[in-house]
Design a protein around this ligand. Structure first.
Ligand code: PLP
Length: 378
């Protein structure tokens, strides 16, 4: 069985599991309790917060634990829009649904007017258009993802942040695909809120965090107790948080080596597919290693009788990949990202996404399988 769907989720690192175990079995106190059981888990929680903050060059008070990327996106957007009485929100047509659906629902309720930046032919955000929109709509909230989860395109997040800062906008970036794979220096980056989900970097599912810049506080999304400095009610997922901090520590410790290994896999797959399948191409800028995230390759295969069954057939051969993002595999009418970029494309699309646990053999086998399934004339 070959797993090439790491943008959907990654396998838990065994070292992460070892770090979590004591908090699953013995150290079960509620971190809000003041007795010794509670103090022990409180200490673990705060040490995880400290560790995550220090890796991102943020302050511990700027890290708020959540149930994952979706909650963090919802919380940041709703919170920022409410607190800052925002009239205009600027986003792109290819955001993850955690962002786009949240914004569409709020816009329909009349909270603000929603504006979309244009994209270039490779699916990159047109930053000149962003500047025009920022000029026309002062004090906006801007939400632009760092790496697109379907095509891997990278935003020039530094430049986008500078523009938002200059025009007094509140800048949110969905960084769910890049945390643990690229380094973020939040002392420098002009982002006011960003998000992460531990399961995208070999941590556990159901836990994530949001970064909220100190002077840009937001209203809580989930009301309840005073947990997370009144920013997110609910007893924290202690073993999840401990696992997330460990996963991030491991990701940062060996990031350069992992990136080298994964880049080589992506290059190998790109070259082999070009050789094996006439007419193959790559969606977005996923083929460009500088302008796309190294973990994602979105392949566009020539149309054939079997196009509709391609993912199913790959699965039958033991290869797990995705047709867009796994979270949207049930999306009626197909991927909104590919539709925005290629409205008349008829070929089949497969997103392969890699992790440090993939091997050269995985790539070779996947290419062989695709070659067989692509109806290539003898
Ligand atoms: C870009 C992006 N944002 C948000 C999410 C949602 O994260 P989670 O699964 O942790 O809720 C995902 C998951 O695929 C994603 O890729």
């Amino acid at each position: 069985m070959i797993y090439l769907d790491n943008a959907a989720t990654t396998p838990l690192d065994p070292e992460v599991f070892e770090a979590m175990k004591p908090y699953m079995l013995n150290d079960f106190g509620n971190p809000s309790s003041t007795h010794s059981h509670g103090r022990k888990t409180r200490a673990a929680l705060e040490s995880a917060r400290q560790q995550i903050a220090s890796l991102l060059n943020a302050e511990p008070g700027e890290i708020v634990f959540t149930s994952g990327g979706t909650e963090a996106d919802n919380a940041l957007l709703r919170g920022a829009i409410q607190v800052h009485g925002v009239q205009h929100v600027i986003t792109s047509p290819i955001e993850h649904h955690a962002v786009s659906h949240t914004l569409e629902v709020l816009a329909r309720q009349g909270w603000f007017k929603l504006h979309h930046v244009t994209l270039d032919e490779k699916g990159h955000i047109n930053l000149d258009d962003l500047e025009t929109l920022l000029k026309e709509n002062p004090h906006a909230v801007v939400s632009l993802m760092h790496a697109n989860n379907e095509i891997g395109n990278l935003l020039d997040i530094e430049r986008a942040g500078e523009l938002c800062h200059y025009y007094n906008a509140w800048f949110h970036s969905d960084t769910v695909q890049t945390v643990g794979h690229l380094r973020h220096d939040l002392s420098r980056l002009k982002v006011d809120g960003m998000t992460a989900g531990a399961h995208k970097f070999h941590g556990p599912k159901g836990v994530g965090f949001m970064f909220v810049r100190k002077k840009k506080r937001i209203e809580p999304f989930i009301h309840g107790g005073a947990q997370e400095r009144n920013m997110r009610g609910g007893t924290e997922n202690v073993y999840g948080v401990v696992g997330m901090a460990k996963a991030l520590e491991l990701a940062y410790r060996d990031m350069d080596a992992h990136a080298r290994h994964i880049r080589a896999l992506k290059l190998r797959m790109t070259a082999q597919l070009r050789e094996a399948i006439p007419g193959v191409s790559f969606h977005g800028d996923s083929e460009d290693l500088k302008r796309s995230l190294y973990t994602i390759l979105n392949v566009c295969l020539p149309e054939c009788d079997e196009s509709g069954q391609l993912l199913f057939n790959l699965d039958q051969q033991g290869i797990s990949a995705s047709g867009g993002s796994a979270c949207s595999s049930g999306e009626p009418g197909g991927s909104h990202v590919l539709k925005a970029l290629y409205p008349s494309c008829k070929g089949a699309s497969v997103r392969f996404s890699f992790s440090r646990f993939n091997t050269v053999e995985d790539i070779d086998q996947a290419v062989r399988a695709l070659e067989q399934l692509c109806c290539i004339p003898a």
